[in-house]
Design a protein around this ligand. Structure first.
Ligand SMILES: [Zn+2]
Length: 238
């Protein structure tokens, strides 16, 4: 039998509320790094999308230049053909050259249409990328602010946790070690709260009825009692 006083029960209730508060803080502190990682990941995704667009643009530009070279080549060829026309000997040769120039001319007009289309796409992509970049810089700013706020809160919470732990130790110092030991065991067993009120013969931890004899003893605040079902330390709440 571990004897107890009403004051000690109150101290245990206080320890429990410190536990609850500490757990909240610990879980917040644990959540900081994953949040920071998620922010970084979002930025990385936008950056990747931009770099994909940039490579599409570079490819388009390359195609566009090579089409321009094609037009130039065809034009040179037509010019040479025109020079040749002056010195051709036969009618057949003359017509052959004209026909070739006609073909080259058609080819160039198809290529030029293609070039115009590519320029159009290029312009759209370049505008889109400008917008993406401005969004990226906005996102980076916002993210940096959010991360800074998160870390600042983290530091404040760490300090709060330190003072909670100090308060725990302060209370523990003035308690019967046997009571503390039982409290810790109950906390370990329930994986949550170690102590629970009993109201109208019902344990508030597991909502089960307490035997009448035990309920009577509880009201005397003489010895440590445990709920027969959830093993929490129990106390009488008026
Ligand atoms: Zn219980």
């Amino acid at each position: 039998m571990v004897s107890i006083t009403r004051e000690q029960i109150n101290a245990l209730i206080e320890l429990q509320s410190i536990d609850v508060e500490s757990l909240k803080i610990k879980s917040f502190l644990k959540s900081i790094q994953p949040k920071v990682d998620a922010f970084d990941e979002r930025i990385k995704q936008v950056e990747q999308a931009i770099s994909l667009k940039e490579s599409i643009i570079a490819e388009l530009k390359q195609e566009y230049r090579s089409r321009e070279v094609d037009v130039q080549d065809n034009q040179n060829r037509m010019r040479k053909n025109n020079e040749k026309l002056v010195s051709v000997k036969t009618n057949k040769e003359y017509h052959a050259i004209l026909k070739e120039n006609e073909g080259l001319h058609k080819k160039n007009s198809i290529i030029e249409d293609d070039i115009l289309q590519k320029l159009d796409v290029l312009e759209k992509e370049e505008n889109a990328i400008l917008q993406d970049k401005s969004e990226l810089s906005k996102l980076k700013n916002e993210t940096a602010q959010e991360i800074a706020a998160l870390k600042e809160k983290g530091e404040a919470e760490k300090e709060k946790l330190q003072s909670l732990l100090a308060a725990w130790e302060e209370i523990e110092k003035n308690m019967d070690p046997e009571v503390i030991k039982r409290f810790k065991i109950a906390r370990e067993q329930t994986k949550s709260s170690a102590i629970s009120a009993v109201k109208n013969e019902i344990c508030q931890g597991c909502h089960m009825n307490i035997p009448p004899q035990m309920y009577n003893e509880l009201q005397r605040f003489e010895k440590l009692e445990f709920c027969p079902r959830c093993y929490r330390i129990i106390y009488w709440a008026e």
